[in-house]
Design a protein around this ligand. Structure first.
Ligand code: ADP
Ligand code: PAZ
Ligand code: K
Length: 256
């Protein structure tokens, strides 16, 4: 079985793929100081809880945090006796190479999203991924990642207000009932929530105009459904898009 690891700046997700479906998904916070033994203690405890005993023989990793890859490599080697495929490293080939400025190191999560999205939906896509940052990944007609947009994440935007202004509290995102807030929390939520709807709509419109064609908009990341409640921003929401992309890239590298 394949263990797919998607490490973002906030959370790291592990999913086990049995060749036809994900049998288990687990999430932990991202810390570069977490050791291989600590990963295994957490991982094996959860597997016991779910009463599954997977036979993991292969591992693929995508990490937006380069420093965590070292311990994940040790984890893979020590407990599964294999070398992981790491997206972004030269030995990990992509089905469709990115078309970006020379010397640009694209976030591996974005390359993975592009691969997963193209496999499921064909070309001419915009993938919006709500993570620590919100990324827009543009996929060409033929499946290449051709660039995109990086915007501050929803929670990061709220946190930035709290960090920078003495009188602004920590606030969680939610759908405000009105635009005009009559207390501090509602004002902050309104700014980020409605501002974000405008941001997503404007960026997608401008990408379509710049490409001069219709493009399907896919969303992934936990906050997409909350935004979709108020505006028709996305054609499809797929929670497991990044994980699917990892299985696609893994299969591509195993093909011969
Ligand atoms: N369903 C949700 N509702 C509210 N916040 C969420 C939800 N899903 C994720 N988040 C928050 O969104 C942020 C980004 O999460 P995540 O997608 O794990 O980021 P990354 O991939 O960058 O690690 C985090 O602050 C996380 O707590
Ligand atoms: C933009 C990102 C920070 C998003 O990371 P995430 O929100 O998933 O943690 C990550 O894809 C990244 O570090 N990218 C490198 C620059 C680029 O993609 O062009
Ligand atoms: K992201």
């Amino acid at each position: 079985m394949l263990l797919a690891i998607d490490c973002g700046n906030t959370n790291t997700v592990f999913s086990i793929w049995d060749g036809s479906q994900f049998v288990c998904t687990m999430r932990t916070s991202t810390h570069h100081s977490r050791t291989a033994d600590a990963y295994f203690t957490w991982f094996s405890t959860l597997l016991k809880h779910y009463e599954i005993e997977p036979d993991i023989t292969e591992v693929i990793i995508s990490s937006t945090v380069p420093r965590v890859v070292f311990n994940l490599r040790v984890f893979t080697d020590r407990f599964f006796g294999c070398r992981p495929l790491v997206v972004g490293k030269p030995e990990c080939e992509l089905p469709h190479p990115p078309r970006v400025d020379e010397g640009t190191i694209v976030g591996p999560d974005r390359l993975v999203n592009a691969a997963g999205a193209y496999d499921r939906h064909g070309g001419n896509l915009i993938v919006v991924d709500f993570g620590t940052a919100t990324t827009f990944d543009v996929v060409s007609k033929d499946g290449n990642y051709i660039g995109g947009v990086i915007a501050p994440g929803v929670n990061l935007s709220l946190e930035a207000l709290h960090m920078a202004a003495a009188a602004l509290p920590h606030v969680d995102i939610g759908k405000p009932q009105k635009v005009i807030g009559t207390n501090t929390v509602d004002c902050m939520q309104s700014g980020v929530y409605w501002g974000y709807i405008g941001l997503v709509r404007e960026i997608c419109d401008r990408i379509r105009a710049e490409r001069d064609r219709e493009m399907k908009v896919l969303a992934t990341g936990g906050l997409a459904p909350l935004l979709q409640q108020s505006a028709d921003l996305f054609d499809v929401y797929e929670e497991d898009l990044t994980m699917h992309g990892l299985t696609v890239i893994h299969a591509y590298n195993k093909k011969d």
